[in-house]
Design a protein around this ligand. Structure first.
Ligand SMILES: Nc1ncnc2c1ncn2[C@@H]1O[C@H](COP(=O)(O)OP(=O)(O)OP(=O)(O)O)[C@@H](O)[C@H]1O
Ligand SMILES: [Mg+2]
Length: 332
């Protein structure tokens, strides 16, 4: 059982666009809920389709869609707005004197800066795990993610940020040290002049709001990094179709995730064509597919596989998802 030691587990369903991330994530979440685990499934994809798969309207607040199962489609624009607002509030707090500048103008520009979506998504993941995992005592948190590239950037962010934060902390200490040295020489308080106004600035670590913020960030990013790199808590399921391009993309994703310490345990081959008597025209296609499956099993030789057939009908709604569950029994 996956839930004996940790209080909750986190699962990320990752893969190329259209391979079946949402369908398999929803089937897995339903399976866990049916086993009696309190389960939340959260779509982080800006182009949501979790509601379509569950056949119900979803929004930013959890909606109960089955016994023990709640679903959320994160409001992406709102998430980014909130993130930027928090950022500008923090800047205003820390650099009180910057009120003389028009900060809002910078915030507008930030909206379109590289990295903002990743940062906002990571903040959201942290908020969700804290809220549903820690406070509301969920047993299972399932993330249905945007296509591979963006997801990998989000998941690498804690590792990358922690390196930066350490550098910034060193730099900050050096700045404070210089300020103290100047204060000693001049024998006066350390002041800067901005727009004709003299302002006192901190010289000690204990009273420096920037250093405090760096400590906060470090503790928050270390916390999430510990969760997503703990294989007893967080596991990635890579979804792919039985075709070489998505398999190779999944393999690159797997290597990248391994490099940043995130554990991939499951490979889900979705939309496998199973034809009892193969018509002549389909023979090359089935051959290709079989070769691709063989290659996937070679590339991911120590992973747990699930194969879901190409179903005659798009799986939509709880009953259809129950059919999908029968193919993912080994995914826990
Ligand atoms: N095993 C299957 N058999 C038949 N159709 C399937 C199967 N799995 C998924 N589909 C269909 O394939 C399409 C894509 O599936 P899904 O939305 O789950 O993929 P996705 O990876 O989440 O896509 P996106 O990247 O757009 O979010 C949907 O129309 C879905 O109903
Ligand atoms: Mg999807």
């Amino acid at each position: 059982m996956p839930l004996e030691t940790p209080s909750y587990i986190v699962r990320f369903f990752i893969g190329k666009g259209g391979v079946g991330k949402t369908t398999t994530a929803a089937a897995y979440a339903l399976k866990m809920a049916m086993k009696g685990f309190k389960t939340y499934i959260i779509s982080l994809d800006p182009a949501h389709n979790l509601g379509d798969v569950l056949n119900t309207e979803l929004g930013d607040e959890p909606k109960k869609v089955y016994e023990n199962l709640w679903a959320i489609e994160v409001d992406y624009e709102n998430m980014i707005r909130e993130h930027l607002k928090q950022l500008s509030d923090k800047i205003k707090d820390i650099y009180g004197y910057l009120r003389i500048f028009n900060l809002d103008k910078y915030v507008d520009v930030l909206r379109h800066s590289p990295g903002v979506e990743e940062q906002a998504s990571l903040e959201k993941i942290i908020e969700i795990i804290k809220n549903y995992g820690e406070k509301k005592k969920a047993n299972v948190i399932v993330f249905d993610t945007p296509p591979t590239g963006l997801t990998l950037r989000i998941m690498a962010l804690p590792t990358i940020s922690l390196v930066w934060i350490d550098k910034l902390m060193e730099l900050r200490l050096a700045i404070l040290e210089r300020r103290r040295a100047i204060t000693k020489i001049t024998g006066e308080e350390f002041e800067v002049e901005i727009a004709g106004k003299k302002l006192k600035v901190p010289i000690d670590v204990a009273e420096d709001p920037i250093y405090k913020e760096l400590i906060n960030l470090k503790s928050e990013y270390s916390w999430i990094n510990n969760i997503i790199t703990d294989p007893s808590k967080t596991i990635v399921a890579l979804i792919t179709n039985p075709e070489m391009l998505p398999i190779l993309e999944a393999y690159r994703a797997y290597n990248f995730l391994t490099k940043i310490g995130i554990y991939t345990k499951y490979i889900i081959l979705n939309k496998v064509l199973i034809v009892r008597s193969v018509p002549e025209e389909l023979k090359p296609k089935i051959n290709e597919q079989n070769k691709a499956i063989e290659e996937a099993r070679k590339l991911f030789k120590d992973k747990t596989f699930a194969e879901i057939p190409y179903l005659p009908k798009e799986p939509r709604g709880i009953d259809d998802l129950k059919d999908v569950i029968t193919y993912i029994e080994d995914i826990s």
